[in-house]
Design a protein around this ligand. Structure first.
Ligand code: PMP
Length: 301
């Protein structure tokens, strides 16, 4: 059986995966100068695409990068890329790099950004992740300071996150909690964090040094609709250790229960009931909360 061609959007045209190449003089490659988004489609529905695009354009604004498409055009490009690859459930990567320049740091030499959209078959996390829960550790690498390189900008400079991720792997953990420089819990290498205590949910405020996750915001909304109190307030490792439930949120991860943090068993060592309730509600809504890729197709009932 021949493999279907994977089409990648590059600067206005679709090219094959094999032909999708970027110059070594691209400042995204040389300096991590650019921005990106990780987006997900559920059953032909691109989950909260508008929110992802708002975050992308905010990131662009923060680093003085002009995206050569309007938000409406970009929305169509993302939808067309998923359609072109005939995908229903997809992981989508949108990258805008500063583009080709000279070896100097000054982006003035970069005349045009590179805009790339990749959509591929979704690689699901193993089921047992959600059924049994995950173990995480706190690592020594602190999250970037908001007043130096604001984690709200989803930039191609992910070295801070990669160092955090490496520490998690070295410790044999699935993810890592990272603190800000004041010692408050910030987030994980690629996920946001929530704790539950006495049926109240807590997540660090983004100003402490976290990406304002789309999944995080969705969970805050869903939890409030279900009647839970959600606090976006600072907390410490002690609060995590003594929580009834801990879970992580992210586009790829969705909602992952955490059952051990730095060797401390959380609750009864099993994924919590509120975590399960939120995951089920999130998945139920994910197939409709977004932009339809195939509006002509009837929903399967
Ligand atoms: N924090 C970081 C550092 C991330 O890279 C991500 C995205 N993988 C998240 C949190 C989760 O954000 P979202 O729910 O928008 O995927």
């Amino acid at each position: 059986m021949t493999q279907a061609t994977q089409w990648i959007f590059m600067n206005g045209a679709f090219v094959t995966k094999e032909d999708a190449k970027v110059s070594v003089y691209d400042h995204g490659f040389l300096y991590g100068d650019g921005i990106f988004e990780g987006i997900r489609a559920y059953g032909g529905n691109i989950y909260r695409l508008r929110e992802h695009l708002v975050r992308l354009y905010d990131s662009a604004q923060a680093i003085l990068l002009t995206i050569p498409y309007s938000m409406e055009e970009m929305e169509k490009i993302v939808v067309d890329t998923v359609r072109k690859n005939n995908l229903e459930n997809a992981y989508i990567r949108l990258v805008v790099s500063r583009g080709v320049g000279n070896l100097g740091l000054d982006p003035a030499s970069c005349k045009e950004p590179n805009v790339i959209v990749i959509a591929e078959q979704l690689a699901l996390y193993p089921k047992e992740f959600y059924e049994r829960g995950m173990e995480v550790v706190t690592v020594a690498t602190r999250r970037n300071r908001s007043d130096i390189l604001n984690p709200k900008v989803k930039s191609l400079n992910y070295l801070n996150n990669i160092l955090i991720r490496i520490e998690a792997s070295l410790a044999g953990a699935g993810e890592a909690l990272t603190l800000n420089t004041e010692g408050y819990v910030a987030e994980c290498s690629g996920d946001n964090v929530f704790i539950v205590r006495n049926r109240v949910l807590w997540t660090p405020p983004a100003y402490l040094g976290a990406l304002e996750g789309i999944t995080r915001n969705a969970i805050i909304e869903i939890a409030r609709e279900l009647g839970y109190v959600v606090k976006e307030e600072p907390f410490t490792r002690h609060d995590v250790y003594t929580a009834d439930e801990v879970f992580l949120t992210g586009t790829a991860a969705e909602i992952v229960p955490v059952i051990k943090v730095d060797g401390r068993v959380i609750g009864d060592g099993k994924p919590g009931s509120i975590t399960h309730e939120l995951l089920a509600e999130f998945r139920k809504r994910a197939v409709t909360d977004g932009v339809k890729v195939y509006p002509e197709r009837q929903p399967v009932t």
